[in-house]
Ligand binder design. Structure first.
Ligand SMILES: *[C@@H]1O[C@H](CO)[C@@H](O)[C@H](O)[C@H]1NC(C)=O
Length: 376
């Protein structure tokens, strides 16, 4: 497919429904934050300035990653209610999220709703053999952040893309969709296939689960975020964020009715400054690039598509080290915003995966250290 044949955007009915869904959710969130809660938003001006610069998709030069702590099941979408309504109306300039496959994509109605709401289906290893760092959805996120579009990333250039013809369970409209699969048989809209979705915005909660703790410390970060930073091209902008209060709105210990968000709580949402990514991650990206070049030269055709990894890039010691170091630096950036909020420093061991090993996998609810953990 030649570049001029790349579709600019999904079908009009799809876009309209998506814009409507995003705006409704945005309005509800905004109403809850500013009508039913006592909400304080810090650093919003700087963040809106960044969104303003990104308004024109053609003019964008890079993607955007926002990264934050995760304190309740409603963090996303609730925190985006901090944005003024005119931003909530422009889905092309709003976040893509990663949502649990086993919660958000269990049937066609939910799949459609969450796909329209710009959420990507993400398998969790605990619940699915398709989970983990190398699942197609992470590649999809990397591509959204990069300079797309990516239509037939895994096919040799001249074969027609089979996904062009595949039925799309998530698109209720006849016009069809470019799709990707998370498990080899399901199909989901592939946002990175469209020109107007390039250099997009992805939000990630690297803790991977809700963590509510009195002293407001975070769990360790999973490595998905490091893939987004190391592999997206060019390096996206990164804005660390800190959230407090949604844990009171949806405390894991709440009683009946559990599904009702509690009003009149104090909520604070802090947008940190955009990181100097060259300074923060330039050396790691350089090392990744060298590793990538070495590995690509052994790949068929001497080239690897964005988001596609060889075993060496998955498991070699250097690759693992880079992810570890990168993830640690991201966590440090989020901790810096936490510090701005006047919270005292954490015990360094709360940032280590080993600390949580005694939990065993699959445990939810109240932990021995007094925190509440939910798997979302
Ligand atoms: C992939 O997911 C779909 C939809 O959830 C399911 O019907 C199908 O059985 C899954 N395929 C595999 C190979 O697990």
């Amino acid at each position: 497919m030649r570049p001029e044949e790349h579709p600019i955007s999904p079908s009009l009915p799809w876009r309209t429904s998506s814009a409507f869904t995003m705006a409704m959710i945005g309005l509800l969130s905004r109403g809850f934050l500013h009508g039913l809660s006592r909400t304080e938003v810090n650093g919003l001006d700087g963040f809106l300035k960044l969104l303003d610069q990104r308004k024109d998709v053609e003019g964008r030069e890079r993607g955007l990653i926002t990264v934050s702590n995760h304190v309740s099941v409603l963090d996303d979408p609730m925190v985006w209610g901090a944005l003024p309504f005119r931003y909530l109306r422009s889905p092309d300039n709003l976040r893509w999220g990663l949502g649990s496959y086993d919660l958000c994509f269990t049937n066609k109605a939910l799949s459609t709703f969450f796909s329209l709401g710009q959420v990507l289906p993400t398998h969790r290893s605990k619940h699915s053999q398709f989970g983990g760092l190398f699942q197609p959805t992470i590649a999809q996120a990397i591509r959204i952040l990069s300079k797309g579009p990516f239509i037939h990333s895994n096919d040799p250039p001249e074969t027609p893309n089979p996904s062009l013809a595949s039925p799309d369970i998530s698109d209720p409209f006849a016009s069809g969709h470019l799709t990707f699969s998370t498990n080899g048989t399901d199909t989901f809209p592939a946002p990175s296939a469209y020109l107007n979705r390039r250099h997009g915005w992805v939000h990630i909660f690297p803790e991977g689960k809700v963590h509510q703790k009195e002293d407001r410390t975070m769990r360790y970060f999973k490595w998905g975020v490091s893939r987004l930073i190391l592999e997206s091209n060019p390096c996206p902008d990164i804005v660390p964020m800190w959230i407090e209060g949604p844990d009171e709105v949806m405390h894991e210990a709440r009683e009946w009715p559990r599904f009702i968000p509690r009003p009149l709580k104090r909520i604070s949402i802090t947008f940190g400054e955009r990181l100097d990514v060259e300074k923060a991650f330039g050396d790691l990206r350089e090392r990744w690039k060298r590793l990538h070049e070495r590995e690509s030269s052994n790949a068929p055709g001497g080239k690897l598509d964005v988001g596609v990894l060889t075993d060496g890039l998955k498991y070699a010691e250097e690759a693992v080290d880079l992810r570890k170091e990168c993830t640690m630096r991201v966590r440090e950036a989020v901790l810096k915003v936490r510090r701005q909020r006047g919270l005292s420093d954490e015990d360094p061991k709360v940032g280590l995966a080993e600390t949580y090993r005694s939990e065993g996998t699959g445990k939810e609810g109240k932990m021995d250290d007094g925190s509440w953990v939910t798997d979302t």
